[in-house]
Design a protein around this ligand. Sequence first.
Ligand code: SAH
Length: 251
Amino acid sequence: MNLAVVLVSPKTPGNVGSAARAMLNMGASDLRIVAPRCDYLDSQAVAMAVHAADLLRSARVYPTLREALADRDLSVGTSARLRADLPAPRHPALIRPLVRQAAAPALVFGPEETGLVNSDLEQCQVTVRIPTGDYASLNLAQAVLLVCYEFLQGQDEPAPVTRKTATREEMEAMYGHLQETMHLIGYTDAVRARHTLRLWRALLDRALMSSAESRLFRGFLRQVKWKVDQAAKEGTPPDTAASPAGPAQTD
Ligand code: SAH
């Protein structure tokens, strides 16, 4: 499976090395590190990686989570905690079919002390939580092992049909466009924008859009802008503005 493991700002080299080992154990090889806070190739990391030292050395570093996820078509966040303002995390086994149907899934893990912040989790279509006793915060590498274990089960079953969904980069560009349009038409204001967009992200992420569908949606947004600009030019309210052929873009 083309599963990428993304570690956001890890602090302890040993954890990164152990995470690499866990990945090799579970058959994953694409390690991505966002803004590391340590030298993840130091001797402690290499010692903990054991036979996964090459996997560790081939890790790619990204300045932001958005860049690390750009080519992925599914991103699964992980969280030890329930967050009042985000959808409840699911059991990893329930997400396995979604992951196995994705062409390029990613699993996202947070920093040791704080976990992922809400703006990271917003970039994930789903969040999973490993059930635990009262003390829910697992060691980072142990969390990597358990979630990869769940996702890599059933490899010997017939492969499900792979879904072709838009990449995260296409979806993020679409959300940026949607936000601009919301401001343009006064659908939301600066105070409520974040919350409003989060609701729309949840709705549209559930649709698992294809690239063509994301372009279709952006074509609609472009038409809205065209109409508003046209009305402003003609000094008429948008609903009475003449609309000749318009930009006629649907993709
Ligand atoms: N104190 C943080 C936990 C950080 S542990 C918090 O309360 O959120 C580091 C990372 O390991 C987390 O960001 C998450 O990616 C993963 N992790 C730890 N425990 C987990 C659990 N029970 N379920 C899912 N992921 C977990």
